[in-house]
Design a protein around this ligand. Sequence first.
Ligand SMILES: *Cc1c(COP(=O)(O)O)cnc(C)c1O
Length: 454
Amino acid sequence: MSEIPYKIYLEENEMPTQWYNVRADMKKKPAPILHPGTLQPVTVDDLKPIFCEELAKQELDDVTPYIEIPEEIRNFYRMYRPSPLVRAYCLEEKLQTPAHIYYKFEGNNTSGSHKLNSAIAQAYYAKKQGLKGVTTETGAGQWGTALSMACSYFGLDCQVYMVKCSYEQKPFRREVMRTYGAQVTPSPSMNTNVGRKINAEFPGTTGSLGCAISEAVEAATTQEGYRYVLGSVLSQVLLHQSVIGLETSTALKKYGIKADTIIGCAGGGSNLGGLISPFVGEMLRGEANYEIIAVEPASCPSLTRGKYAYDFCDTGKVCPLAKMYTLGSAFIPSANHAGGLRYHGMSSIVSELYDQGLIKARSVEQTSVFEAATTFARVEGILPAPESSHAIKVAIDEALKCKETGEAKNIVFGLTGTGYFDMYAYQAYNDGTMTDYIPTDEELAKYMSSLPTV
Ligand SMILES: *Cc1c(COP(=O)(O)O)cnc(C)c1O
């Protein structure tokens, strides 16, 4: 057996003490986010009624490369970090590939995903500002779960608007959140103006992320001492998630491994952005080169088939506008789409890196994703989240290509979480009833025709 262990762990003193802000090294920065009323670039003052002040500053900071991780957050990270970088010896054996496959596993905490890395940071800054609580949306439920854990740790109130179809399909996630003290409301609800409006316009709708965001923002801005927090898409979230990439980079260096291909699933872009940030930084500074692949569902293909344009981040059009690859803020993936990654847009950092050709994107169909998930679960033991399995699918494809070419590439992918709350989706796959749906060009054009003109 090779000298590289199955699991590469870091010592506590090798853990990052600063987050890395990749925007600082980008010569062409992501386009500024715009105020939804004035369409002018937002200032920290514009964002202050919605976001915690420190987070608003991080959101707009595209010049500071390293930002100190406060001691309180580092202490919380110590409970479940460093996360292991695993050499997938068993998967390599199964595939009979000369490639070396590594995955960074973020599912080893109760919330079951990487989202806790940013949840704890956002809760910390809210507490430090003296707020009573925060509001948010959750789709599949991982973000709401992570945030409820983070809020209970700092004694903050946590109000979660959960997309209605998930609220109904994932009662266990809802109960985990409630166990950590969060108040969970199915969205669209009748609690907010925007929820009532969406319910009136689309009776019987099972909701969407964009619509839950609008409700959570309204709830934050109409209650004293509350702010809104978001689990993906925003640049501050990518900043916090850089802890994934920094640990990965240190672990690889420890064993003298140079990654060739780095793969991550992309919903709003936060885990991918966090994983690749330090590596993209090296590319931007001309120090190294990597092939980076963002993987998205064929049923929600924002990078591969969307437009790079300013768009609203939410259905209710109350949030700032961001320039991003988008399918249009009214886009909702078809009902048969099982696993996460259903946001209509993409992080403006990831979008800009993609537009500059620094990263590639690929879309995959869900039955092939579950096939990859099953292969992986059977040999590596971990039952992966459907979202994470998009990255597994492409990692396997790349490893099989190496089998043809005989190349011993180092493939690194992000395994963002576990799939224990996604068993209805696994059931559909196991029963053979899961189908694929790829939207037509006409359908996509319809949603994208209503992009705002900026
Ligand atoms: C939320 C989530 C994702 C997708 O979100 P990104 O912001 O694109 O990272 C991927 N995997 C898991 C397990 C998630 O919970």
